[in-house]
Design a protein around this ligand. Structure first.
Ligand code: NAD
Ligand code: USQ
Length: 388
């Protein structure tokens, strides 16, 4: 296959490019290096040092002999993405190129507007480019389990069959996202679904849960091939944060009681899911939705599991987010399993391996970056954590 990875310099995009290149596919990455600029803006850095994109790509060529093309540009620029599709002629596009932090999208109006313009406009430009250049391209789009929110009923895999006043239909599962970031994913899903229906495009929307882990078989080949490992309060995801906090001797920052439940998956399984979606494409006109996670945990479960392996203590902070303290959470996730996914579950060995990576780099931990500063409430309301 000819696979174009959008956001190919990011946490998941870089190992995705390596994964498909290692499997013998022709791979190119698109990125505008925005994520590295967010680091500069926030004054934070990945726990594991990451090399610049040209160095990564060069090292991959030296180590394996395989070439990954790069296209540096912005998905919000329609000419750039259309030209890139004409030049690379992909048959599959894996779209991971968005602003993906919920706290970042809640910092203030400017960050909320940036997130939605970047994500929604980028995806819209991509849809028009596919329609213009080659409508047979299979779009694999990273969405999020957070599109569904936390309803008090079981979450289905994309669709819900409803009987209303004697008539029955199968409709998109209701969306109640919890941040301007998660809302941007809902808007994307609607735009993609419309283009499949109206133009006959084909797409797989992967509603992914929270990813943990920092390495894949390909990134382990050389330190210059490492992917990022975020632990700061804006871009660090919950389990990766707890691992780094434990390694640095910081209490684990459980928001509220820790009763929030999420679907999670190992970064290795993200690669496997993307491969399954690519190898079993949607048919023309189909908008397909997979829920991409392997296990569900409460935040408190995660903290206690890390604490047991590390001796860390828990610190229950007032929740800077607006989310339910306790809620029902039972989400379907059978479609990728039916395609052959064999999950790598969160065992104590996995936690110990992650702790070992964090301990190796613990001198790079900036404890200031750990403390949550962005709240879900507009600034005119009293903030839980006033600016320092
Ligand atoms: P990331 O921020 O590490 O990577 C995203 C990449 O996209 C960055 O390299 C960034 O520079 C690039 N990018 C952003 N906007 C762009 C634009 N307009 N033009 C070109 N490039 C652009 O994020 P990630 O953790 O690798 O996540 C990848 C995707 O997976 C995102 O869509 C995210 O919403 C989704 N996702 C991530 C997780 C997770 O836990 N990390 C979980 C569920 C879903
Ligand atoms: N949390 C804590 N303490 C922390 C960090 C987080 O208690 O130090 C809690 C949060 O309050 C939340 C849960 O952990 O209840 C998950 O938070 P998170 O930051 O790990 O995940 P989230 O903001 O939902 O976003 C991440 C990715 C996003 C992806 C999403 C998948 O950044 O790109 O879409 O996970 S999902 O959560 O399924 O929507």
């Amino acid at each position: 296959m000819r696979i174009l990875v959008l956001g190919g310099d990011g946490y998941l995009g870089w190992p995705t490019a390596l994964h498909f290149a290692a499997a013998g596919h022709d791979v190119a990455v698109v990125d505008n290096l925005l994520r590295r600029r967010y680091d500069a803006e926030l004054g934070v850095a990945s726990l594991v040092p990451i090399s610049p994109l040209p160095i990564r790509v060069g090292r991959w060529r030296d180590v394996t002999g395989s070439t990954i093309d790069t296209f540096i540009g912005d998905l919000t620029d329609p000419d750039f993405i259309t030209t890139t599709l004409r030049r690379f002629e992909p048959d599959t596009i894996i779209h991971l190129g968005e602003q993906r932090s919920a706290p970042y999208s809640m910092i203030d109006r400017a960050h909320a507007v940036h997130t939605q313009i970047n994500n929604v406009t980028g995806t819209l430009n991509l849809l028009w480019a596919i329609a213009e250049v080659d409508e047979s391209i299979h779009l694999i789009k990273l969405g999020t389990m957070g599109e569904y929110g936390t309803p008090d009923i079981d979450i289905e895999e994309g669709w819900l069959t409803v009987t209303h006043r004697g008539r029955t239909d199968t409709l998109p599962f209701p969306k109640q996202p919890g941040s301007f970031y998660h809302l941007s994913k809902v808007h994307d899903s609607h735009n993609i679904m419309f283009c499949c229906r109206a133009w006959g495009l084909r797409a797989t929307d992967l509603n992914q849960g929270v990813v943990y882990g920092s390495a894949t078989p390909q990134t382990r080949l050389d330190p210059l091939l490492a992917t990022r490992f975020d632990y700061d309060a804006v871009f660090g995801t919950v389990l990766n944060r707890f691992i780094v906090q434990a390694a640095a001797g910081h209490p684990l920052t459980v928001y509220g009681s820790g009763g929030q439940t999420r679907g999670l998956l190992n970064i290795t399984d993200t690669m496997a899911c993307l491969q399954l979606a690519a190898e079993h494409p949607a048919v023309p006109g189909e908008f397909r939705v997979f829920n991409q996670f392997t296990e569900s945990f409460t935040v408190l479960d995660l903290a206690e599991r890390v604490a047991r392996r590390s001796g860390a203590v828990l610190d229950h902070l007032p929740n800077p987010r607006v989310e339910l303290e306790h809620h029902h959470y039972h989400a379907a996730n059978t479609k990728l399993l039916d395609l052959g996914l064999r999950p790598h579950l969160l065992t104590d060995t996995v936690i110990e391996e992650l702790l070992a990576i964090a301990v190796e780099h613990r001198e790079r931990v900036d404890l200031d970056a750990v403390w949550p500063k962005a709240t879900w409430r507009p600034q005119r309301l009293p903030a839980i954590y006033p600016a320092p």
